[in-house]
Design a binder for this molecule. Structure first.
Ligand SMILES: Nc1ncnc2c1ncn2[C@@H]1O[C@H](COP(=O)(O)OP(=O)(O)OP(=O)(O)O)[C@@H](O)[C@H]1O
Ligand SMILES: [Mg+2]
Length: 190
């Protein structure tokens, strides 16, 4: 294991200190910025500023803390678990890209942001499209990251009991048609 990976193991130990009840999303188990206040008149959402790093930047770093394969797989597992937990409560994020995922500095928790396109659906097709959007984001933004995406799907499968139906839809290609109907020929915003 490289020096970088040892550093991460040390950080992972600190994860035990994480108090889930600190976050409003605790029952779902997905870390999101704390919502402070919604000003309906001014259309302003006041939320916590998460001290952390954007996952896109972490993956693109060449010699960073997260550059070694072991740590990339750990990162992928965190992503897969977060999506599994959202889908378990029928939350479709709608814009899953590595720009909308942060890693919290304090406890290395994966934080999901940017729910502007999210909606509620129990349909496996919708969940498959959510994963497909992320797959496209990975392919276009992070070349040679197939192993990472495979690790995301593996963690998703292990942590979501209805994952099989979603992954079947993702594999059978029909999801691409659903995605095209919704988004046309343009790529998802990243
Ligand atoms: N709560 C937050 N704490 C820390 N950084 C944040 C937070 N919300 C957003 N950011 C930073 O701002 C960037 C853009 O935020 P966000 O994804 O919400 O908007 P956007 O994608 O630019 O806008 P939109 O999707 O509405 O077009 C994020 O990638 C992240 O770097
Ligand atoms: Mg965004």
């Amino acid at each position: 294991m490289s020096e970088n990976c040892r550093a991460l193991d040390h950080e992972a130990a600190k994860d035990e200190d994480y108090v889930e009840g600190d976050y409003w999303s605790e029952p779902v188990g997905v870390d999101t910025p704390v919502l402070y206040f919604v000003d309906l008149e001014e259309s302003i959402i006041y939320m916590e500023f998460v001290e952390g790093k954007v996952i896109k930047d972490l993956i693109l770093e060449v010699n960073g803390e997260w550059s070694c394969e072991e740590n990339k797989v750990q990162l992928a597992e965190k992503i897969g678990v977060a999506i599994a937990r959202m889908h378990a409560v029928d939350v479709i994020h709608g814009d899953l890209t590595t720009s909308n995922l942060l890693l919290r500095n304090s406890n290395k928790s994966l934080v999901v942001i940017d729910f502007g396109l999210s909606y509620v659906s129990s349909l496996p097709e919708d969940k498959a499209v959510d994963l497909y959007v992320l797959e496209r984001a990975f392919l276009s933004t992070h070349p040679n990251s197939e192993d990472m995406f495979t690790a995301i799907l593996k963690a998703y499968e292990v942590n979501y009991k209805a994952a099989k139906g979603v992954l079947t839809k993702l594999a059978d290609g029909a999801v691409r048609e659903v995605w095209s109907d919704k988004f046309g020929v343009t790529r998802p915003h990243m």
